[in-house]
Design a protein around this ligand. Structure first.
Ligand code: URA
Length: 242
């Protein structure tokens, strides 16, 4: 890979800016000052240093974001803030994108990566990846609802009505006086507003929704809404198919 591309991809500036750093003699490759922006380097093998500090290149980046409400899970939008606006400039260099979508008012686990293959593996309907949500519901959720979620619900759709795949609904608490319930639900599809539509189909409304797990990756509850961190090697390994 070209030296100027490596430096731009590791956050040292635009291609134009890094050309200047190279020309000014700040870069060493295997102990020799580099002069040419087009010089070829192997980021895995060559010892590339900027002002004496070794740089390491990772082709792929993986982050876990605790998405706050009010932000959309898209890469650009003319009206709303997007999840990418929550990332620092150095973490945007490798152009991560959100893996799947959460509604604007939904909080919780959102993976951001530039690994298209992993994105596909986690979002393709054929892979049926588990997505678990915590929700507060207006209404008293009953064992009858648990059975209906397990059986599958018919949801109306623009093209064709469809039956949801069996979903695991777990009642955490019910407050009959307040007419509210707390639940966890695990679905294996990712249809538009799916959880909200499933509750609407049993006559109830979702008041608050938060994704707490995707496949085997659980939301790190120490991350406040709006904060993110890189995934660990172990978390990345566990997300990928065996
Ligand atoms: N289901 C919904 O209704 N909304 C989300 O954001 C995710 C799942």
């Amino acid at each position: 890979m070209r030296l100027d591309k490596l430096l731009a991809h590791t956050g040292f500036g635009t291609r134009k800016e890094v050309k200047k750093i190279i020309k000014d003699g700040y870069i060493e490759i295997n102990g020799t000052i580099a002069k040419k922006p087009g010089e070829k380097v192997d980021p895995d093998k060559d010892d590339v240093r900027v002002g004496g500090q070794r740089i390491y290149y990772e082709e792929f980046v993986y982050f876990m974001l605790n998405k706050p409400a009010g932000v959309i899970s898209a890469t650009e939008d003319f009206i709303h803030e997007t999840v990418l606006d929550l990332l620092g400039p150095a973490d945007l260099v490798q152009e991560p994108h959100p893996v799947g979508r959460l509604d604007i008012d939904t909080e919780g686990l959102l993976i951001l990566t530039n690994d298209g293959q992993l994105t596909h593996q986690l979002t393709s309907p054929k892979k049926e990846v588990d997505k678990e949500y915590y929700a507060r519901i207006e209404g008293v959720v009953t064992e009858d609802d648990v059975a209906k979620f397990e059986e599958g619900l018919i949801l109306e759709d623009k093209e064709e009505d469809f039956k949801t795949r069996p979903a695991k609904l777990e009642i955490l608490s019910v407050d009959e006086e307040e007419n509210e319930s707390e639940i966890n639900v695990t679905i294996h599809e990712g249809k538009f507003h799916q959880v909200k539509r499933m509750f609407a189909a049993v006559g109830k409304e979702v008041l608050y929704l938060k994704r707490i797990r995707m496949k085997n990756l659980e939301l790190d509850e120490t991350l406040p809404p709006g904060e993110y961190r890189p995934l660990t090697e172990e978390e990345i390994k566990n997300l990928k198919p065996e």
